[in-house]
Ligand binder design. Structure first.
Ligand code: DQA
Length: 146
């Protein structure tokens, strides 16, 4: 089994720290990724992170992870609510896949209540703020160790 986990961050997450801090907190994406990287290392895995504001870049990263990474953790941002193409791409990845959100989309505006990814991921973590990225890593590592 590969010791790599792919962590994907979608549109606008590069602005974490200054973007709606009352919802997403003040940690930068780099800070979330640093803690996630440390959590993965505790579990014996290397983390590869990619942030993109482009759906196709995220889809190609999933394609490239096939047969290379053992698991995927993804915060797809607003693409969570619109992208059936990301759903299709994730469905082609055989390993465990965990959807994460800093906020709890189910408790927010109605357009955030649909996750196009929910049906193809192993499970979801939402609403844990600064803990969500680390919990996502813990979840995928636990699934890989089963
Ligand atoms: C988010 C929730 C999404 O609804 C939103 O579009 C984001 C961030 C979260 O982490 O809480 O960009 O995925």
């Amino acid at each position: 089994m590969s010791k790599e986990i792919l962590l994907l961050s979608g549109p606008n997450l590069n602005l974490l720290g200054t973007r709606s801090p009352e919802i997403y907190g003040t940690d930068t994406l780099e800070a979330h990724v640093a803690r996630a990287t440390a959590r993965a290392a505790v579990g014996g895995f290397q983390l590869r992170h990619l942030q993109s504001n482009f759906e196709g870049v995220l889809i190609e990263a999933i394609h490239e992870a096939r047969g290379v990474a053992s698991g995927i953790v993804i915060n797809a941002g607003a693409l969570t609510h619109t992208s059936w193409a990301l759903n299709d791409a994730l469905a082609t990845f055989a390993g465990p896949k965990v959807e994460i959100h800093l906020s709890n989309p189910a408790a927010r505006e109605p357009f955030r209540h649909l996750s196009t990814l929910a049906g193809v991921v192993s499970g979801s973590i939402a609403g844990f703020g600064p803990l969500s990225y680390e919990l996502g890593i813990d979840a995928v590592v636990s699934l890989l160790n089963q």
